[in-house]
Design a protein around this ligand. Structure first.
Ligand code: ZN
Length: 216
């Protein structure tokens, strides 16, 4: 309803995460700040043993990096509004039309309770549902966190995360094409571990999508 939207804009103006300019809430990013981070692509060498590949929307830098960090570590669940317009602009959805099931990379139970939410749900769930996809927040379960991951080498990351993810035992994904959603793609170790478990459980194919990546 327009009246409600106008009132919301007046009371809680939406500002560009890069420069603070007041923006329409459907757009959020001003074009100059968007240009600095916008880099939609299939990440080079993101195809691994069990993952077909991984798409991403932005370079992991500047304002989008700040927003991701605020949602993850700063309790800023309200920041979810900056991600929706990015997903709406992503130009390669047609390449992912066969993927009807979307499963987020989960947090461990302990970490999710501490944070109050999985930031990946805040970023992707509304958008995916509006596109008619089935979003399964509990599709994968994480048995332990891998918090020290950032200190490890690429190979150590793959070792460290192996066996962390388990399919929800009530879920049958045999023959399904599945999209794994995550906030950031770094080495691909997390995506590969999640894809490995989904393929083991009978998925037909697994592809990834993230908001941002520092990888090429
Ligand atoms: Zn701006």
């Amino acid at each position: 309803m327009n009246l409600f939207k106008d009132l919301a804009d007046l009371l809680y103006p939406v500002t560009c995460p890069g420069c603070g300019r007041v923006m329409d809430r459907d757009i959020v990013w001003c074009s100059s700040c968007l240009t600095k981070i916008w880099n939609p692509r299939l990440i080079n060498s993101s195809r691994t043993e069990h993952l077909q590949g991984c798409y991403t929307l932005c370079s992991y830098e500047g304002a989008v990096r700040n927003c991701i960090i605020e949602v993850k570590y700063g309790g800023r669940a309200d920041r979810k509004q900056v991600f929706y317009p990015l997903l709406a602009r992503f130009p390669y959805w047609d390449r992912l039309s066969a993927f009807h099931l979307v499963i987020p990379v989960p947090l461990s139970k302990k970490k999710k309770e501490a944070r109050g939410y999985n930031q990946v749900d805040l970023m992707f769930e509304d958008w995916m549902k509006e596109q008619g996809k089935t979003y399964l927040p509990q599709g994968l379960v994480r048995f332990r966190s891998a918090e020290t991951q950032s200190l490890l080498s690429r190979r150590e990351r793959y070792e460290n995360i192996r066996g962390v993810f388990h399919i929800n035992k009530n879920l049958d994904i045999k023959g399904k094409s599945i999209l794994i959603a995550d906030d950031v793609y770094t080495t691909g170790a997390t995506m590969e571990a999640a894809a490995h478990e989904l393929m083991r459980a009978g998925a037909k194919t697994v592809m990834g999508i993230t908001i941002a990546s520092g990888a090429m």
